[in-house]
Design a protein around this ligand. Structure first.
Ligand SMILES: Cc1ncc(COP(=O)(O)O)c(C=O)c1O
Length: 369
């Protein structure tokens, strides 16, 4: 099976992890051992942010970001429903109410018009997701947020290396949250990062990361243990160096696949919004005339031929059993996308021959369902 994503781990990552084990420094009680510090510096430089705070998952990053920008019980946070569940669960963990809104069917990212319709006096923040590694249209959302006194969190978990208006994604948000989960464009196994240009928010984030401690055993606010271990940071430093090559290969594979699939009837190919660079975390297509059953049959048939097609995401969050209580009516474009999309492998381990094979199989199977 050609997997939808696969960690690209080599001898350098193994050596980096072994060196940490030999050093005896596995973690740091206040959250920033020597490897974590270096990883934060290099990552901040990569995304052109003033501060980077390394943590142990993208979910932790989102949770802390919400708390650090001041989200609390009784607040409302507006977000898309067409995303990974962590985007929503962390809003509830922070004590706030998630308000789900629809997407733009072209980009699958949050629709500004939809956000504007649900704003209330209780709205505190908007979470924007760069789904599939395709940058959301942040500038108009930033302008709206400034006008209404709202904070903007960018869930960039899938968007390492993506650019918006010529800058790394995250530039227009108050905080950007990243994941280094094993499937991501770069990985530390599990792990996450928060980047921000706001020094005060960064300081709060560092405190929350490690039990609210600035000094050991003297907590000054309510915190967690969201620390990143040194081994992960050492692996992350190597992965970050390799990221430009990973991204170039993803782009090359995506472009080849687009050339193969262009012209196949009823397929909507992934878009790269004008002025943006995708990270190509997922190459997602939509079968425009499909219902859920037809889409699922195509995915099953592809998998039978050894192509690890996957659906991201088959159930929008507002339709998941736990989250239905937050549902406020139909999200037409979100629900349609969840029935019609599926993703294909373009990760750096996919060869040119495999891209040819994937393109041929998709063209054939889409026609025959
Ligand atoms: C859009 C999105 N948000 C949040 C997360 C959560 O990240 P993690 O798995 O590192 O907790 C992920 C990844 O899994 C994601 O894809």
């Amino acid at each position: 099976m050609i997997p939808i994503n696969a960690p690209q781990i080599g001898e350098e990552e193994i050596a980096a992890a072994v060196n940490v084990l030999k050093s005896g420094i596995l973690t740091h009680a206040l959250g920033s051992g020597p490897m974590v510090k270096r990883f934060e510096e290099d990552f901040a430089r990569f995304v052109e942010a003033k501060n980077a705070i390394a943590v142990n998952s993208g979910t932790a990053a989102l949770h802390m970001a919400l708390i650090a920008i001041g989200v609390k019980r009784g607040d409302e946070v507006v977000l898309p429903s067409f995303t990974f569940v962590a985007t929503a669960e962390t809003v509830i963990m922070a004590g706030a109410k998630p308000v789900f809104v629809d997407i733009d069917p072209e980009t699958y990212n949050i629709s500004l018009e939809a956000v504007e319709k649900v704003l209330t006096k209780k709205t505190k923040a908007v979470i924007v997701v760069d789904l599939y590694g395709s940058p959301a249209d942040l500038k108009p959302i930033r302008e709206m947020a400034n006008k209404c006194g709202l904070k903007v969190i960018e869930d960039a978990a899938q968007a390492h290396g993506a650019t918006y208006n010529g800058k790394p994604v995250g530039a227009y948000a108050d905080v950007a949250c990243w994941s280094f989960y094993a499937s991501k464009n770069m990985t530390t196994g599990e792990g996450g990062m928060i980047t921000t240009n706001d020094d005060a928010v960064a300081e709060t984030l560092r405190l929350i990361r490690s039990h609210g401690e600035k000094e050991k055993y003297k907590s000054i606010l309510l915190g967690h243990n969201y620390r990143m271990p040194e081994i992960e940071a050492a692996i992350g430093l190597v992965q970050l160096k390799k990221l430009p090559n990973f991204l170039a290969k993803r782009k090359e594979n995506a472009e080849k696949l687009t050339a193969k699939l262009r012209g196949v009837k009823n397929i909507k190919l992934p878009c790269e919004p004008k002025g943006c660079g995708n990270s190509w975390y997922l190459y997602t297509i939509k079968i425009e005339d499909a219902d859920r059953a037809k889409r699922d049959t195509i995915v099953e048939n592809l998998r039978r031929e050894g192509i690890g097609a996957e659906v991201y995401y088959p159930w929008p969050i507002h339709l998941m059993p736990y989250y239905r209580k937050f549902r406020k009516g139909k999200l037409t474009e979100t629900e349609k996308a969840s029935e019609q999309v599926f993703s294909l492998p373009v990760h750096p381990g996919v060869t040119a021959e495999q891209i040819e094979f994937i393109g041929e199989a998709v063209s054939r199977l889409v026609r025959h369902v």
